[in-house]
Design a binder for this molecule. Sequence first.
Ligand SMILES: [Zn+2]
Length: 136
Amino acid sequence: MVQAKVQALFNSAFKEHRHDKPNGEVDLNFDAANSMRWGLGWRERLKCTRCSCMSDYHNLYEEVENKKGPSRRVAKVNIGLQLGRCTTPISNTGVRRILNNANIIAQNQGAMLRLSKKVNENIQSVGTCMSKESLL
Ligand SMILES: [Zn+2]
């Protein structure tokens, strides 16, 4: 999670709660039962345990600028993982084993393979690793 994104989530949820219930007690926690994950990137919302109000969802990862249309933008952390992996002999299966042993929930195999293929194709066409933005 990107610290600034987590801070923005808490600050906006706190302000919204204070606006909606100026005198209400507030105890904001991640709504962990409804967390969403895109590979290593998390999308979260907060829930107040005092009154059950919910914040909006926030992406807690940085995204790659999408120049090819309105589809969901890729999390930089997932591209970074593939860029790092492609400079080692570690397979996606190996990466998943490492992450799972470190108690980090790994991206599903199919999604990793699709992103890996896309990153590899772009590295071949560019000829070198320039930046995460230039690869998609
Ligand atoms: Zn509340």
